[in-house]
Write a protein that binds this ligand. Structure first.
Ligand SMILES: C[S@@+](CC[C@H](N)C(=O)[O-])C[C@H]1O[C@@H](n2cnc3c(N)ncnc32)[C@H](O)[C@@H]1O
Length: 278
């Protein structure tokens, strides 16, 4: 594949990427194996609640269950909201493998988090794994924080974990083709996801990307899809302002998954915030 030019009327995806393909979900799982954020989350829970306390947890953008499934395994009652049925299906298979009791404690919904049907009374809401980067603008991101505040029980906690954007986008010259996922699925299909950054709007701080998804099946047939998507890289200051605006009190702010306090230049901005009791 060559070049980054756009068809005159390209397909558009409202968020940063479309994950709804079983092969894409399998490649995601093969690639995204980090567990350091889960270890941090477990440490934060342990320092907050008595040993063995079982929580009612909501994870939005729950994907294939990378974060959610270990929390189910810990005994918590967990709900996930995920837009892509193919990603949700992998999470469900992992929960099923934990057994009938774990399955009863887990609800995996397919839906758009911006539709706002999150439920209420959660002890913990998780917006992890760079999920705000899935959204195209600050209004949508702030809406997630507002919905989280509404979904939490008084005294409940919100975990928000994203890169802390420091303006790394190099500019129009940064238009090289990047492979984001590549590999073979269980049936021998080969898949490759690619991205080209097209433009960064300095005023709105929105990055527009051309995405390509290519599949070659064992019988030689091919699928090619090309679409334009957008994301808004989030700064720590933005996330902090949204938490303040929606009445959530920051009780911890970390710059990495080791739990180092956040400082200027930290790679991540990981907020641990509480919904006050009154
Ligand atoms: C990068 S994955 C992260 C999954 C998981 N949280 C993790 O850390 O491994 C982002 C997921 O968010 C989902 N997603 C994106 N926009 C969404 C939306 N508006 N509502 C629900 N899910 C969404 C995508 O389908 C994808 O599965």
């Amino acid at each position: 594949m060559t070049g980054g030019s756009l068809a005159s009327d390209p397909e558009r995806w409202p968020y940063a990427a479309d994950y709804n393909d079983p092969l894409m979900a399998a490649l995601y799982d093969a690639e995204e194996t980090d567990t350091q954020d889960i270890a941090l989350l477990r440490r934060l829970i342990a320092a907050w609640r008595p040993a063995g306390a079982l929580l009612h947890i909501l994870e939005c953008f729950s994907g294939t269950g990378r974060i959610l499934v270990p929390l189910v395994a810990d005994g918590h009652r967990v709900t996930g909201i995920e837009m892509a049925p193919a990603m949700r299906a992998r999470a469900q298979a992992k929960v099923d493998a934990l057994g009938a009791e774990a399955r009863c404690r887990t609800t995996l919904r397919v839906g758009d988090v911006l539709a706002g049907e999150w439920g209420a009374g959660y002890d913990l809401v998780i917006l992890g794994g760079n999920c705000l980067y899935e959204l195209p603008d600050p209004d949508a991101q702030e809406r997630c924080i507002a919905l989280a505040a509404r979904a939490l029980a008084p005294g409940g906690r919100l975990y928000v974990d994203n890169d802390d954007y420091h303006g790394q986008w190099a500019g129009p010259q940064d238009r090289e083709l990047r492979t984001t996922f590549e590999g073979c699925g269980p049936d021998g299909s080969y898949g490759r996801a690619e991205r080209i950054d097209l433009a960064f709007d300095d005023h709105t701080q929105v990055l527009t990307m051309l995405r390509r998804w290519y599949v070659r099946r064992p019988d030689g047939s091919e699928v090619r899809r090309e679409y334009v998507s957008r994301k808004h890289p989030v700064t720590a200051a933005e996330a902090r302002a949204w938490l303040d605006a929606h009445g959530l009190q920051v009780v911890g702010l970390y710059g990495d998954w080791q739990g180092t306090p956040h400082a200027a230049g930290s790679p991540r901005a990981i907020f641990w915030a509480e919904k006050p009791r009154d």
